[in-house]
Design a protein around this ligand. Sequence first.
Ligand code: SAM
Length: 267
Amino acid sequence: MGKRNYYDTIADIYDQTRWLTESVAEEVADFIVELVNALPETSFLEPGVGTGSNVLPLVRRRYAVTGIDVSQEMLDQFRQKLHEVPQNLSLIHADASQLPFPDQSFDVVLTVHMIHTVANWKTFLDEIDRVLKPGGFYLNAQCITPPARMEFERYFRMILSKYEGFRESKPGNKVIEEININVEEYFHSKGYQSTYVVAKKWTVSNTVEELLSFFKSRAYGLCWRVTDEIFAQVMEEFEAFCAEHYGSLETELSSEAKFEIWSYTAS
Ligand SMILES: C[S@@+](CC[C@H](N)C(=O)[O-])C[C@H]1O[C@@H](n2cnc3c(N)ncnc32)[C@H](O)[C@@H]1O
């Protein structure tokens, strides 16, 4: 676990560059509690827990929550949100492809915006299946990038692609869509039943300037595909493009975000 990864680098700005607010996270937690018919003793595991935004409301509701992550810095950000780590929360620095738990340990395993970041997703799914209790729930959740921000990213990608050394790749939402199909096939082949639900829809608004600042701080993987020197040139060109295209850096971009859940239960 010694190696610093991309999430270590961006841990301190991660939350501000996303769109899940505390109040939305609270509503999503209530939705999840109802979806899995949680009892006071229901146990939750979130591999790739990151800065803890998804499970913090479950911890506050006194459920037993375990979060694991490969990034020590992301876990530290989570710890900073708490005065002290409460007894019903266990945070573990580990790789989700080798879950350090006995078989049938958890009632609910939740992953949010995570599977596409795991190198060996098939092994990871085997691990989820192994640690789930009979009749337990696996919730594969995504908080897809809102359309206005996707469009903003598309413009950035268009400029970036003109520069030396940039390798084209699929947009993030496309990668996630493909992984979700694989996840569905995997759990159906294991006899799980699935349902798709939207836990929450809400409007996300940012000024162009705010979005630019996220890119300037290299909050997204795409920003690391070129050298520092080229990145500075890309940002200069992108800022000029935004000023012209949006009319002003103060322009507000609003669109709808969705917290989607693919829920799997062993039949
Ligand atoms: C996009 S972030 C999502 C964080 C959190 N689930 C959320 O919704 O805000 C992906 C997280 O998964 C973690 N991660 C990636 N690969 C992992 C692995 N193999 N094992 C454990 N954590 C991993 C990253 O360190 C990062 O914190």
